[in-house]
Structure formats: C-alpha cells, structure tokens
Design a binder for this molecule. Structure first.
Ligand SMILES: [Zn+2]
Length: 331
C-alpha cells in the first residue's frame, strides 16, 4: 500500500521527536487548555465534594503505523507519482529556486573556468526540479490524508456508548507518530510543532468532554458522542488554536503548524474560525458550558448561544461589534 510506503520513508528519528515533544509539552498544553476552558479533571467524591486536584488521568500513547480509518483507503493509481513526490515538494522547490542564485554565482567564475559547462549542468538540476514539481501538481496529499471526517494524526479514545458509568470511564489519547511525521514533511513544518497542535486538539476533546466545571458537571458521554461533529471538532480546533497562542514563547513554531494544517483540513474542522475572530474566550466558554449542560448539541444551537453570550457579557458594546462585522462583510 502506497501510504505504508510513504510512512517508511519518513526520517528515522521521528518517533523519538514526537515522544520527546509529548513528554516536554504535555503538562504545558494541559495547563493552557485548563486555563482556557476553566475546566479540570476532578471527579466528585461519594460525599459530593470535588477532588482538589486533577484526578482523572488521560494518558497519551504513541502508536506506530496508520489509524484504521486510513488503512481502509488507498490512493488512486493515477496519483501514485504525485503522492510519492509530495513529501519532497519543499525540497524540490528549494532546488529550483536556489538554482537562480547559484547561476549568478557561477557567472563570477567566468574568467577562471568553463562557466558554460557549469551553467548547463545547473540548468539540468533546475529542469529536474521543475519536471518533478509538475508531477506533484493537481494532487494535495495532505488534504487527501485529512479529508475523512475523523482525526487521523491522533485520536481521543473513550467509550461513548453509555455502558460504563461516567466515573469509571478509561479514556486515552493516541498519537500516530508516523502520520504526524509524514504530514509535517508535506506541510513543511517540524514534527515537534505538529505534535503540539495534535496533542492540543486531542486534549481539547478530552477537556470539553470529561473535565469538570465549578459545579462538578461534565459533558455526559452519550450526549457528547451524539453532538454534531462540526461542533465537537470546532471546539477541539478552537482550544488547539488558543493553546498555540498561549505557547507562543515556549513553542513559537506551533502556531504556524496549526495555520498550515488548517489550510488542508475538511470543513468540519474550520467552524471555529469565526469564534476566534469575533468572540472573546469567556463567550466561547459560556456557550461550551451551556452545550455541556444541555447534552446533545447541534452546531447551530451552540452558535446561537455564543451570539447571545456576547450580548449578555458585553452589553451595548456587542451592538458596536456586530455593526463593525456587518460593515466588514459588505466590503
Ligand atoms: Zn478531533
């Protein structure tokens, strides 16, 4: 299978890089998501009071190979060459672009050597790069990998059937380090930066689902599982984006990796963009708390509450914000 072949070509230190990034940034990302959501992993005791510290463990495991959803798919034969070249696209672009600068350098040598021969050989390099780049045209491998409406770089696993009691749920996160390495290469970002984005997204799922608010409420598992996918993914994306912003000093590359990844993600993963632009974090948090309290929630409902939250929390200032938005959209 072509994807397996592509995975076997990623740099051999990728697993180690993803592991080290997880170990180093797991606490910082959790702290960022805690701060943003105001939610904590602390169950109620039998007596009804809340455990003081984070008591629920959501371990993060590294998994080799492809997630099941990707194992089932294969790339069409006509895109075979394009797919094989996709991870090297940046390298080929660099080769093509640098040959112009190199040509200028070669001219300097005119008096001392046969510069025509050098120019000819250099053109061969540039032609090869251009020829291979043309073969990548028309196929977006990152988009192809991400287009199924499921997390494929990592996944938050939890029993959402309602069969196990809420306080007995064992949930965990899996990071597909090979797919992270491959997609990082295609996007031209570091595997470390992409690991942070993926971990923040999956922890976004874990916190929105299982972490408690001040009253000890969580998102009941069956309702969480049945809520609209675009809302659940939108929330995880929102908290991933906010986390990258919070980690701008300790992990400055994460924000760029989030933005690059977003360009290739399907629509269900983009609903949070207006929430980031138009709303304050406390408004999103308010709408999240309402959704969790109401249970199974549609995206529309969440966005209605979000809009109301702006009016409730900002008062007359909300009218000015809406006017500015309306003017902005007319342009
Ligand atoms: Zn997700």
């Amino acid at each position: 299978m072509l994807l397996d072949q592509l995975l076997s070509m990623i740099p051999s230190d990728t697993e180690e890089l993803v592991r080290r990034t997880r170990d180093r940034f797991n606490p910082n990302i959790r702290e960022a998501v805690r701060q943003e959501t105001g939610l904590r992993f602390r169950p109620r005791s039998r007596a009804g009071d809340l455990a003081p510290a984070e008591a629920i463990n959501v371990p993060v495991r590294l998994v080799a190979g492809l997630p099941v959803s990707l194992k089932k798919r294969d790339i069409e034969e006509k895109w075979r060459t394009a797919a094989l070249l996709a991870p090297w696209r940046r390298t080929l672009e660099q080769l093509r672009d640098s040959s112009t600068t190199t040509a200028d350098r070669v001219l300097v040598l005119m008096r001392d050597m046969e510069s025509a021969e050098a120019q000819k050989r250099l053109k061969g390099c540039a032609d090869l790069a251009e020829w291979l780049l043309q073969k990548v045209q028309g196929f977006d491998l990152a988009k192809w990998i991400l287009e199924i409406k499921e997390d494929v770089l990592g996944v938050y696993r939890c029993d959402l059937s309602g069969k196990s009691p809420e306080d007995k749920l064992e949930c965990h996160i899996e990071l597909y380090w090979g797919v992270i390495g491959l997609v990082a290469q295609i996007l031209g970002v570091s595997p470390e930066a992409l690991t942070i984005v993926v971990l923040a997204h999956e922890l976004g799922h874990a916190y929105t689902h299982r972490a408690s608010d001040h009253d000890g409420r969580t998102w009941e598992s069956v309702a969480f599982g049945k809520s609209e996918l675009a809302l659940i993914e939108g929330l995880a994306q929102y908290y991933a984006a906010r986390t990258c912003e919070r980690l701008i000093v300790s992990a400055p590359a994460a924000k760029g990796a989030y933005e690059e990844l977003l360009k290739h993600q399907p629509e269900a993963y983009t609903k949070h963009i207006p929430w980031l632009k138009r709303h304050r974090p406390e408004e999103v948090r308010f709408a999240l708390l309402v959704a969790r309290r109401e249970g199974e929630t549609k995206l529309d409902r969440f966005e209605t509450v979000l809009k109301d939250a702006r009016w409730q929390l900002r008062g007359t200032e909300a009218a000015a914000a809406e006017k500015a938005e309306a003017e902005g959209s007319e342009e």
